[in-house]
Structure formats: C-alpha cells, structure tokens
Design a protein around this ligand. Structure first.
Ligand code: NAG
Ligand code: NAG
Ligand code: NAG
Ligand code: NAG
Ligand code: NAG
Ligand code: NAG
Ligand code: NAG
Ligand code: NAG
Length: 632
C-alpha cells in the first residue's frame, strides 16, 4: 500500500513537472502576446483580461520623481514622464536615462499581465531635457524657414536622440497658432498663420515615421522598426488665441475663425498619423478645454475619428476648478467625461486618482465604457509602436545624442531661421561682414551665453543663463571661429560710450534680447528689450558701424533702436548651434528667412495679425531682406 502510494506520488510529481510546459506551449495561446495578431485583436484580448485597477493604472501618467519601479508595479501605472527639466540627475548620460527608464519598465513587466509603461518627455526643440542633446531653434524660428523637409529631418533627429535615452513618447509638436506675442508660449508656435503651421506638421512623420497608405486616416501610426517615437500635437485647441495672450486664459472666437485658424493643423496632424493629442490649459468661449466634451469627444473622436489617445497637460485637470485642485473628484470626473484618456497627474497623488476614479466608476458617474475607450486607445498606441515586443531600451544609440550630423542639421536650421530686417544706411550695406577686419567689437548680454540663446525648455523648464548649461557653441565663439586669425575680436558685454569711441573698431556685433522663460512666466504686456539691451545698442551703434542681433522668443519693441543700427537681425531662439549665426553674418551663406509673424509697431496694436483690418506692421509677415553668399 505504502509502495503504491509512493509510486503514485512520484508519478503525480513527474506529471506536474511535465504538465506545466506542455500546457503553456499548447493551450495558453494569448492573442495579445502574439506580435503577428492584428492590433485590434490584441487590444480586445488584453482588455478582456484586465481588472478595473489594471485599467485605471493605464490612464495614469506620473512624474518620474513621484514613482519608482515598485509603485509602477503595484498600481499598474501606464506612463511615466520627465516634466520640464526632470532628468535622472544633472548632466545625466544616455546610459543614466536608459537605466532609469528600464528600471520603471522592470516594474511594469513584472505585473500579472506585463503591460509595458510608456516613458514620455518634453522634446520641443530637440530632446531638450537631455544634457548634450542637440538643441534646435524653437518653433518661432523654424516657421521662418518655410521648409517642411528641414522640420521633418529635425523630427527624425529628435526621435533618434530621444530613443537613444530610452524615451518613447515626446510632447511635440506644438501646433499652436500664436495670435498675440504677449503670450509666453509664443515661441513654441511656428506662426500666426495657420497655413505655415499646417506645413510644419511635417515634423510628425519625422518623429513617428511616414504613415503607410494602407493605414486608415485617424489611426495612430509609429514605425516600430525605425527608432521612432510617439508624437503629440498640442494644445487642443485655441491655445494661441487667448485674451491678451494670457497663458491658459479664455479664447473667445467664432466657430468660423476657430476652424479657419486653430483647428486645421490638427487635421494635418491626424492625417499624418499623430498618435496623441494634448488638450490646452485654456478655455474656449468660457469652457475649459480639459472639460470640453463637445470638442474632445464630439468633434475630435466622433467627427474627425481620431483614434489615438487624448492626454491632459501637466496637472491640467487641476485647473478645471477656479482654485486649482480645489475639488479633485470634480476634476477627474469632468476630464474623463469630456473624453480625455490619459491623465498627466504630474506630482499629484496617484492613490487619490485611483480611489476617485474607482469610486466614480462604481457609482456609474463615469461609465465603464468610457474607461474602456481610454484604455483601448492607450493600448493601441503601445501595440502600434511595438512596445510589447521591445519594452526595454539599450545603449546602442548613445552616441547619437548631440552627434555631429544632428548639430550640422541644427546649424542649417539656424541659418535658415534668421530674418534680416535692415541692412545698411544710405544705400551702403553692412552685411555680409568682412572676415578680415583688423579689430571688431562683440557686445551684449546674449553674445556669449548658451543658456540665453537656447531659451526656455532647455535642460531646465524655464531655461537658464550660462555656458555650462549644456554642450554647444555661443555666437561669440562662432564669430571667433569664423573671422581671420589676424582679426582682433574684443568682447565687452556692456561697453560704455567711451570704450566704443576709443576702440578703433571696424564694426561691432551687438547681441541682446530676452532672458529664458517658459509658459506663463514669459507672458509680457510691454514686450520691451530687457535692460541693459537698449543701452548696449545705443552705446555701441551711435559710435561704430553695428549689426544688432536680437535673441528673443517673439517680436519685441524695436522701433526706437532700429534706426540707430546699421543692420538688424531677428535670430529668435537659435539653440546650441551658434555657428549658424556666424555662417550667415559673414556671408558663407545668404540670408533667406521670411518673417512668420507680424512685427508690430506698438503693443497697443495687439493682437494684430495678417488679414486684420487694422494691420499696420513695422515689418509685415513675409518680410525679410536677402544677401548672397560671398563664397560662391
Ligand atoms: C531589470 O530586470 C532585469 C532582470 O530582472 C535585470 O537584469 C536588470 O538589471 C533590471 N534593469 C534595471 C535597469 O533595473
Ligand atoms: C501605397 O504605397 C505603395 C508603396 O509606397 C505603392 O506602391 C502603392 O501604389 C500605394 N497605393 C496607393 C493606393 O496609393
Ligand atoms: C483670464 O485672465 C483674467 C485676468 O487676469 C482673469 O480674471 C480670468 O479669470 C482669466 N480667465 C481664465 C479662463 O483663466
Ligand atoms: C466635488 O465635486 C463632486 C463631483 O461633482 C461633488 O459631488 C462634490 O460635492 C464636490 N465637493 C465639494 C466640496 O464641492
Ligand atoms: C484609497 O482607497 C483604499 C481602499 O478603499 C483605502 O484603503 C485608502 O485609504 C484610500 N487611500 C487614500 C489616499 O484615500
Ligand atoms: C556629447 O556627445 C558626443 C556624441 O555622442 C560625445 O562625443 C561627447 O563626448 C559628449 N559630450 C559630453 C560632455 O558628454
Ligand atoms: C585704427 O585702425 C586703422 C585700421 O586698422 C589703423 O590704420 C589705425 O592706425 C588705427 N588707429 C589707432 C589709433 O589705433
Ligand atoms: C544676389 O545675386 C543675384 C544674382 O547674382 C543678384 O541678382 C542679386 O541682386 C544679389 N542680391 C544681393 C542682395 O546682392
């Protein structure tokens, strides 16, 4: 008897040993894990297996500083982001980024269903949270180029640099149509003209890959074989049309103007396969966009048939209430009911969000079908981009971050983004400058400041001053590298009258402008050139032939100074490749840029855009003098 039972036990154990692998390989086929299964089937298969907590987790995008692998695992968090300036450590290497992101991913992969999280970062002019990344001109300069192919190539480069650090999702492009330069985010806009913004949506196939003609319009597309990233058209909709350019304020507009000015670039973006759309902090005719059912669900999802996912701006739902965060339950409820899919909860408590959402679903305030719609859209993007097959990043692309080819591309973009507003007095031109002048003066706060020339959204959210910000070339360094070796380049940040008079300079280059800012911190109602810029212009230009280079996120008040200068260049926010400025200044290339914004005369004219009855510009949109290359 004992023998028989021992025999049976052994038999049973043997059976168990062999049973499991047999069972796994024959009966446990799971559609969602099969890379060859159609995406729709994979989504449905996975959705059927998911519990409510697993679904709610997918809706969350938490800030990296708030979570770790265990939290990501425990709460099934679907996405983690680096908000402006949020990096694994100061001067983090690509390896530091990859390790951090893979750490979070390990958390996700060790959950029951192993749904990978999607790591996101702002990358609005190159991969700008990453040290040593190539920083391209901000959009305000790119609009000037009217060169969609260039912008597409910038998208390709940005995607590659993001991928090199393990980032799979970038919050770009901003397709705002900025109608008032008092807005601090105006530099994130390509133009006041919807047609120019539409043209620049070519960055989307650069970031995500070209949509195959077999893909249905409205369906998100990311080429998984080619180091592409998920893109995000933002900020839906009317962000650039707020009252007096106040960030996040109310856009009061007729339907006709809304669909003529602010909506069309979304059609192009969706046509080009954009995977996600971010809603705007602002209101549209008094309705907060984060709670706008009509525009998000009825228009974007039902009418236009956008099938990617809709995401909030950073803690955007908090601002649905008059006092931000006043009633988080109300915020969550309104955002979900409006049709928003992923909630960038930022620094908010993910547990609060989970508890609130759970309760709203249990009470049937938010129907389960709404949660399912959101999860299904998020999973579709994750499957499309191949995240289930390749959830972990590696170090293979590390040397692409800030590589020579990308810096050359940025330099090309800088050359094409400069607008020459004035060249010479009394029929005599100053530009291109001679490389062989015996002695020249370079002056101004922005001549030798990498941080200033990059602007906001560079390493730090608000950007910052200094040449140690990241790796790049300042305008002064570029001038020094361009002139003849015999030329004496004197640099004096704020020279006095006497200094200039007694210097015996052949000519001077004055570089002044705005200090870095982002979002509401950059709202301005006077649009002055900050001190001491005006004094520097006057001290220099009244005493020697000079070219003024204005580094700014938008047109500023220049009427009082432009006649003093012999030449005047709008350089916008060129980024790390200051050499592009010298290339054109000294005639290795010609000036070609045309204003993509109206240069107003006085602030009291604003808002004033092309087509307005009161249009009376200092320089109209489309303006820009040209020079020829002297090296041809
Ligand atoms: C992720 O997990 C794997 C295996 O469990 C481990 O080898 C690897 O070091 C982990 N990576 C990170 C970045 O934590
Ligand atoms: C779709 O694209 C392929 C490859 O680029 C091309 O051969 C084919 O003609 C296109 N089909 C249509 C309907 O445009
Ligand atoms: C717009 O700005 C005004 C003035 O600061 C403020 O009173 C109002 O509440 C703002 N509106 C919105 C929707 O933010
Ligand atoms: C917060 O909003 C919820 C949902 O609309 C509502 O039921 C609740 O009464 C609000 N709480 C307060 C304190 O106003
Ligand atoms: C969330 O809900 C759980 C379960 O109902 C509860 O135990 C927990 O205290 C709640 N947490 C917070 C932060 O409200
Ligand atoms: C920046 O990146 C380039 C290209 O990968 C690399 O050669 C260089 O060493 C990096 N510089 C710093 C300071 O990390
Ligand atoms: C000023 O510069 C010119 C041209 O280089 C030179 O001929 C002249 O001697 C200089 N004058 C003084 C006072 O240095
Ligand atoms: C540039 O070159 C073209 C053709 O040689 C000439 O017609 C034009 O006047 C030149 N423009 C300037 C600004 O020198």
């Amino acid at each position: 008897m004992a023998r028989i039972s021992t025999f049976l036990v052994v038999l049973l154990l043997l059976l168990l040993c062999f049973w499991t692998p047999i069972a796994e390989s024959t009966t446990e086929y799971v559609t969602y894990k099969d890379p060859k299964a159609p995406i729709g089937a994979r989504v449905r298969s996975l959705m059927k297996m998911m519990t409510l907590p697993e679904k709610i987790g997918q809706l969350i995008q938490a800030e990296r500083g708030q979570v770790n692998a265990d939290i990501v695992k425990q709460y099934f968090i679907g996405s983690v982001l680096s908000s402006g300036g949020s990096a694994p450590r100061p001067e983090a290497s690509p390896k530091d980024w990859v390790d951090m992101i893979n750490g979070f991913q390990n958390g996700s992969l060790s959950t029951r269903l192993g749904i990978p999280m999607l790591y996101a970062s702002d990358a609005v002019h190159g991969h700008n949270n990453a040290y040593n990344a190539t920083i391209f001109p901000h959009n305000v300069g790119l609009g000037v180029t009217r060169d969609p192919d260039l912008v597409k190539r910038i998208g390709v480069a940005t995607a590659l640099e993001a991928r090199a650090t393990g980032v799979g999702y970038v919050f770009a492009p901003c397709i705002a149509v900025c109608r008032d330069p008092r807005w601090g985010k105006c530099y994130e806009s390509y133009s006041e003209d919807a047609e120019i913004v539409r043209m620049m949506t070519e960055i989307i196939p650069g970031l995500q890959g070209d949509v195959p003609n077999t893909t249905r319009k409205g369906v998100p597309f990311v080429n998984k074989k080619d180091n592409k990233v998920v893109a995000c058209a933002k900020h839906f909709v009317g962000d650039g049309g707020t009252f007096e350019g106040i960030d996040g304020n109310n856009t009061v507009i007729s339907n006709q103007d809304l669909f003529r000015i602010h909506v069309p670039a979304y059609w192009d973006s969706i046509y080009k396969g954009v995977s996600t759309i971010m809603v705007s902090f602002s209101s549209l005719n008094g309705v907060k966009m984060h709670a706008n059912y009509h525009m998000v669900t009825r228009y974007l999802k039902q009418r236009v048939k956008f099938r990617g996912f809709v995401i909030t701006d950073f803690q955007g739902i908090d601002k649905i209430t008059p006092i931000p965060g006043e009633n988080y339950t109300y915020s969550v409820q309104e955002a979900l009911l409006a049709g928003i899919d992923m909630i960038m909860i930022g620094y908010n408590n993910y547990i609060d969000f989970i508890n609130i959402t759970t309760k709203l679903v249990e009470q049937n305030v938010v129907p389960m079908s709404r949660i399912d719609d959101a999860v299904q859209r998020i999973l579709r993007v994750k499957f499309t981009m191949g995240l289930f097959e390749n959830p972990l990043a590696n170090y293979n692309l590390a040397d692409k971050v800030g590589c020579k080819e990308h810096r050359e591309l940025a330099r090309e973009a800088v050359r094409k983004s400069l607008v020459l507003l004035r060249n010479g007095k009394g029929g005599e031109t100053l530009l291109p400058l001679h490389k062989n002048a015996p002695k020249i003066l370079v002056a101004g706060t922005h001549a030798d400041n990498l941080g200033y020339q990059c602007g906001g959204w560079t390493i730090d959210w608000q950007g910052r001053s200094g040449n140690d910000l990241t790796v790049g070339t300042t305008i002064l360094q570029a001038i020094r590298a361009t002139v003849d070796s015999s030329t004496d380049v004197t640099y004096e940040e704020n020279p006095t009258d006497d200094f200039v008079k007694s210097g015996n300079f052949t000519y001077a280059v004055v570089v002044v402008g705005e200090r870095p800012y982002a979002e509401y911190m950059g709202d301005s109602n006077n649009l002055f050139i900050p001190a001491p810029g005006p004094d520097t212009i006057i001290n220099v230009c009244e005493n020697v032939k000079c070219v003024v280079i204005l580094v700014s996120g938008r047109p500023l008040v220049i009427g009082p100074y432009i006649a003093t200068a012999d030449a005047f260049v709008a350089a916008w926010l060129p980024g790390t490749e200051g050499q592009g400025v010298a290339d054109v200044l000294f005639g290795d290339y010609g000036f070609t840029g045309k204003l993509a914004r109206t240069w107003f005369r006085r602030v009291d004219q604003l808002p004033m855009n092309i087509g307005d009855p009161h249009y009376d510009a200092l320089f109209p949109i489309g303006y820009g003098l040209t020079t020829n290359s002297t090296s041809q």
